[in-house]
Design a protein around this ligand. Structure first.
Ligand SMILES: *[C@@H]1O[C@H](CO)[C@@H](O)[C@H](O)[C@H]1NC(C)=O
Ligand SMILES: *[C@@H]1O[C@H](CO)[C@@H](O)[C@H](O)[C@H]1NC(C)=O
Ligand SMILES: *[C@@H]1O[C@H](CO)[C@@H](O)[C@H](O)[C@H]1NC(C)=O
Length: 334
């Protein structure tokens, strides 16, 4: 990850940049490289009251995002909220797990028995949740959203292998008329095999995804996913998790926003054109939003997604400034 930038890599970046430039409408200027993000230290301090003044942007395809570890969460239990130090530690473990994944150094042997990943920790993010609808009739489930993994899954009755406790009633496939198991010969079953563990049980596709400090194993299925009342996706590929454990406690599962064909952006690309954006809550006591599709604002600035990793969204960091002063960090360290 820390290798110096090669000329060939720069050329690739340039191509991506040119592509973005050409595809943005009305020929406005797009700045490619330097965007400054200011983080206010007080945003890290805990609060016990949910700030309702921070309204969710009222766009058609927006979901409200709340921190799992704050007073806005309907499913979080304040007694189990981690301290700031624990959250920082979790972040470090997440970075380690992403590095391990990128280095392709981890031996892969799965939860189902054949392969198992030795990724040290969580792939899922810092505990931000959204509520989406699943099934017919639709029921709402609170899911952690994760840009670092692909499969969307929920805990499924009858939890053959054991489920962790969750606040929402668990998803019961027998009570949904739109639930269908996927066969082992289906395309999604073949593509899950490329990135995760996959198996077959009397023609039905089984999957297994391990997150380091958690895992889910179950049936690969299709189900109706409701993002908003007007954005309903039939035959959306999900994992119906029959055996799940890890630091997901309280939530019903995970919403995968990664880059593979099985991730939400690909599965909904006809409607949303692979566009999504999110605004994390400014603090654990306010709400943000996760939005899909829409128009790209003319005021938007772009930076290329690095081509270094296929599966993850990566950026090339140019530098870090504190109070406007660029730190003397050798660029190769990024
Ligand atoms: C981007 O980088 C190039 C080369 O380093 C520089 O000339 C240009 O001004 C930068 N653009 C922005 C918007 O910072
Ligand atoms: C794999 O790990 C070993 C030792 O930890 C390291 O020397 C090697 O460079 C790594 N390989 C890759 C492809 O990252
Ligand atoms: C899905 O497959 C499992 C395991 O074979 C089975 O128990 C279940 O009834 C199937 N569900 C449907 C709706 O076919």
């Amino acid at each position: 990850m820390a290798t110096p930038t090669s000329p060939a890599f720069l050329l690739l970046l340039l191509h991506v940049f040119l592509f973005l430039l050409c595809t943005t409408n009305k020929g406005h200027t797009v700045s490619a490289n330097e965007t400054t993000k200011t983080v206010h230290a007080n945003s890290l301090l805990p609060s016990s009251v949910c700030d309702q003044s921070n309204k969710v942007i009222n766009r058609a395809s927006s979901l409200k995002v709340v921190s799992k570890y704050g007073p806005c969460s309907a499913t979080g239990d304040p007694k189990t909220f981690p301290s700031a130090a624990e959250i920082v530690l979790q972040d470090e473990l997440r970075v380690k797990s992403i590095r391990a994944r990128l280095s392709m150094n981890s031996s892969t042997t799965s939860v189902l028995g054949e392969k198992k990943t030795t990724i040290p920790s969580t792939r899922y993010g810092g505990g931000y949740t959204v509520a989406v609808g699943l099934g017919t009739p639709k029921k709402d489930f609170s899911l952690l959203f994760d840009t670092g993994s692909d499969l969307t899954w929920t805990q499924c009755e009858p939890c053959l292998g054991g489920c962790f406790p969750q606040k929402d009633e668990k998803f019961d496939p027998t009570k949904s008329t739109s639930y269908k198991n996927l066969s082992c010969l289906s395309e999604p079953c073949k593509s899950i095999a490329k990135e995760s563990a996959q198996g077959c049980s009397s023609g039905t596709c089984l999957y297994g995804v391990e997150y380091g400090s958690g895992y889910t194993i179950g049936f690969l299925a299709t189900e109706t996913l409701t993002i908003t009342p007007s954005d309903v996706f039939e035959n959306f590929v999900i994992g119906c998790g029959e055996q799940n454990d890890g630091k997901f406690s309280g939530e019903a599962g995970l919403l995968g926003l990664g880059r593979s064909s099985i991730a939400l952006p690909s599965q909904t690309s006809l409607k949303y054109k692979n566009l999504f954006s999110y605004c994390l809550p400014a603090s654990s006591s306010s709400a943000g939003h996760l939005s899909f599709g829409g128009e790209v604002s003319n005021a938007a600035k772009f930076t290329p997604i690095t081509t270094k990793f296929k599966e993850l969204y990566g950026l090339d960091v140019a530098g870090i400034s504190v109070e406007g002063r660029k730190l003397a960090i050798d660029a190769s360290l990024f």
